[in-house]
Design a protein around this ligand. Structure first.
Ligand code: GSH
Length: 209
């Protein structure tokens, strides 16, 4: 088994933190996204979508999508559960993950991909020749701000993103918030509940993964 990884990529970081929390160590192969290594035939043969992370199983199966890769390890290493323990907690965590992916990761990707000159012809991850659209920057920032407003209210009521336990939802939100810093979008001062939570989560050893 091996994990195709990119140290700069927030979705790849989600998987690394998840593995660190579970104490799982597997071989990794670094792919240089900025240099376009993910767009070369050698990688596209493995993942035609051209994105990372990508897990290669021993039987040659490839798993893409960071949440699906985490699901694989949740099932195969069930101690230290990070994706819920019963129907309600599993569904709540799944719902939080989709909120973070659609309301934070996608808008942030729009902000980054449409503003960084290096990606001006790679505005969609994993794809060459898609031109940046300036209007998506402002829209992305506003969507991300709405996400932060909701997250702050949630963390006022709960210790962690999906409730009272640390889960993959915390890992994913941490990666989104650190990703936003690349676009100089910091946690707004008035979001004190996010800041309290962020300080705690980013102090965990796994956050260094
Ligand atoms: N929903 C996918 C997103 C994968 C994705 O967009 N990965 C980015 C890095 S975080 C990527 O591979 N980008 C390739 C590129 O920019 O060309 C997941 O969670 O795995």
């Amino acid at each position: 088994m091996k994990l195709y990884d990119c140290t700069q990529a927030p979705n790849a970081r989600r998987v690394r933190i998840f593995l660190a929390e579970k104490g799982i160590d597997i071989p990794t192969i670094e792919i240089d996204i900025a240099g376009g290594e993910n767009l070369l035939p050698a990688f596209l043969e493995k993942n035609p979508r051209g994105v990372l992370p990508l897990l290669e199983l021993d039987d040659g199966t490839y798993l893409d999508e960071s949440s699906a890769i985490c699901r694989y390890f949740e099932e195969t290493y069930p101690t230290v559960p990070l994706m819920g323990t019963d129907a309600k907690s599993k569904a709540l965590i799944e719902s939080c993950l989709r909120h973070i992916e659609f309301d934070a990761f996608l808008p942030l990707a729009d902000v980054l991909r449409n503003s960084v000159p290096h990606f001006k012809e790679r505005a969609i991850p994993g794809t060459q020749g898609v031109l940046a659209i300036e209007g998506l920057i402002e829209r992305g920032i506003k969507s991300y701000q709405r996400f932060l407003d909701r997250l702050n209210s949630r963390l006022e009521a709960h210790c962690y993103v999906a409730g009272d336990e640390f889960t993959i939802a915390d890992i994913t939100a941490l990666c989104a918030i650190d990703f936003a810093k690349w676009a100089r979008l910091e946690i707004p001062e008035q979001h004190e509940h996010i800041q309290r939570w962020y300080d705690e989560i980013s102090a965990r050893a796994s956050a260094q993964a």
